[in-house]
Design a protein around this ligand. Structure first.
Ligand code: IMP
Length: 194
């Protein structure tokens, strides 16, 4: 079976990826390959950051690898916070402060369309592959719900009356940006195996 490292320190993402890719590939965590490095995310695009992480593992540890990077792109803010979503309100990466800043920026603005975009980058057998996932919706006027993380309480996907944080993980994980990008990765790997 193909062995791939998933370059993330997020246990939820790791579990989710293991479920989606079950039977197709063996997924190793960063801990399992002895990597405690703080991999720099210095690119100005989601694709650039995902590629930096995947290449870093390939170059320094010799394993083929996939990595993801996600951003919330708000139309009225010309795509901000985008690749800077984690540290929108400062280097402390505080989700509460990030949401407050975004709600303040959109105060009085009617056009509240936004999209979560995930890029998954894969290095495999000398090649590089990119898989994108996206979900569009609206930024609410106030935070609602307790599930999820990050900007979930203020993002309402089109077709739903609830925010991601109200919908909960079961619904979110079927329709989300990350689920779509991971499904594309799964399809790609499945085709290789067939
Ligand atoms: P990452 O690339 O997955 O680490 O995501 C970067 C930042 O985007 C996170 O720190 C969150 O602020 C935000 N983000 C990513 N995915 C989600 C999500 O599914 N819901 C809400 N916010 C998210």
């Amino acid at each position: 079976m193909i062995k791939l490292v998933f370059a993330t320190n997020n246990k939820h993402k790791l579990e989710e990826a293991r479920k989606i890719l079950k039977g197709m590939v063996e997924i190793l965590s960063l801990a399992e390959i002895g990597c405690n490095d703080d991999i720099p995310e210095t690119a100005t695009t989601l694709e650039g950051n995902a590629l930096i992480k995947a290449r870093y593992i390939k170059e320094n540890y010799g394993y083929d690898c996939f990595a993801d990077d996600t951003g919330l792109l708000v139309d009225a803010l010309d795509g901000a916070p985008g690749v800077y979503s984690a540290r929108y309100a400062g280097e402390e990466c505080n989700p509460q402060k990030n949401m407050e800043k975004l709600l303040n920026e959109l105060d009085g603005i009617k056009h509240r369309e936004a999209a979560f975009v995930t890029c998954v980058a894969l290095t495999l057998r000398g090649g590089e592959h990119i898989f994108m996932g996206e979900i569009a919706g609206l930024i609410t006027k106030e935070a609602r719900g307790n599930a999820g993380f990050g900007y979930d309480p203020i993002f309402k996907p089109f077709g739903y009356d609830e925010t991601f944080a109200e919908l909960g993980d079961d619904v979110k994980n079927k329709i989300s940006h990350r689920a779509k990008a991971m499904d594309k990765l799964a399809q790609f790997l499945n085709n290789l195996i067939d």
